[in-house]
Design a protein around this ligand. Structure first.
Ligand code: ADP
Ligand code: MG
Length: 263
């Protein structure tokens, strides 16, 4: 499809003092005593999670930002806010381009429909015309390496097949900004290699990419900058080697602390 209209170095995404709080109402299973008190009605409790706290970031066209951090750090929440799926609780996110988000396990596909039908739906949702999808269909199907399974319902797909098709659709729509949230981890080594080549190709075409990954080797190789999130806060941001080294030694310390606790 068309070349990027953006110049390398132009700002693609700007995240300013971003905060996000989840408020969930949970039904507390009442104890017998409490149940007698409330005449059988359950009690509701609110659980408040501060998933992002004063995060500052920007991503330039022609670059890949890596995002690392332990589980629950707020990485996926940050991706949802940048994608426009969640509104910020505080601060703001400015996005200068069209975002395509590849969440783990290709959320958005309809499992009862075939891979082929989902490619059309996904392409239309991403703003392609049906003619454009038609023109790119073979390319998408070939890249995903599904063979005849492209016409089988997606509920029969393995997680790897699902991920391959999701990645293939996401890169073919040629978004200005592509977000990949741990979606490469399900593929096999060879497909991962192929996907990384595709990411480099998009980067050199002045697209902007955000890659959330636990594969620290990949993050070092492919990213121009890395951000490390922990409990909703941006701990460090900078050159891949520096940030990955700091995060890796934090993980080591965490591990030995856990071992010490076990003793
Ligand atoms: N939909 C949600 N409702 C309530 N809490 C959530 C929701 N999604 C995530 N959280 C909480 O927000 C925090 C950050 O989660 P997440 O962004 O998924 O982290 P990560 O992707 O880094 O593992 C976690 O404490 C998680 O439990
Ligand atoms: Mg996540």
């Amino acid at each position: 499809m068309s070349n990027s209209l953006h110049k390398p170095g132009e700002i693609a995404v700007s995240v300013q003092h971003l905060g996000l709080t989840y408020t969930t109402t949970i039904d507390k299973r009442p104890t017998l005593k409490a149940r007698l008190k409330t005449m059988g009605r359950g009690t509701k409790q609110t659980r408040v999670v501060r998933a992002l706290d004063d995060v500052m970031l920007d991503v330039a066209y022609g670059s890949v930002l890596g995002v690392v951090g332990a589980n629950g750090a707020g990485k996926s929440t940050l991706m949802r806010v940048i994608s426009g799926i969640l509104p910020p609780s505080q601060g703001r996110v400015e996005v200068y381009g069209k975002v395509s988000t590849l969440l783990a396990l290709g959320v958005g596909f309809s499992p009862s429909l075939s891979g082929r039908a989902n490619v059309y739906l996904g392409g239309l949702a991403a703003g392609m015309s049906s003619q454009e999808i038609e023109n790119h269909f073979e390319e998408i199907a070939d890249f995903a390496e599904l063979g005849d399974a492209i016409d089988a319902p997606m509920r029969t797909y393995s997680s790897g097949m699902y991920a391959r098709l999701a990645f293939s659709v996401a890169v073919t729509v040629r978004p200005d900004i592509l977000i990949v949230d741990e979606a490469l981890s399900t593929g096999d080594a060879r497909f991962k290699e192929k996907s990384l080549e595709k990411i480099k190709e998009l980067r050199s075409d002045a697209r902007a990419l955000i890659l959330v990954s636990h594969a620290l080797g990949t993050v070092r190789d492919i990213c121009n900058e890395v951000a490390w999130l922990h409990k909703g806060k941006l701990i460090q941001r900078g050159k891949p080697d520096e940030v990955v080294d700091a995060y890796a030694s934090f993980l080591q310390v965490g591990k030995s602390a856990a071992i010490n606790e076990d003793v």
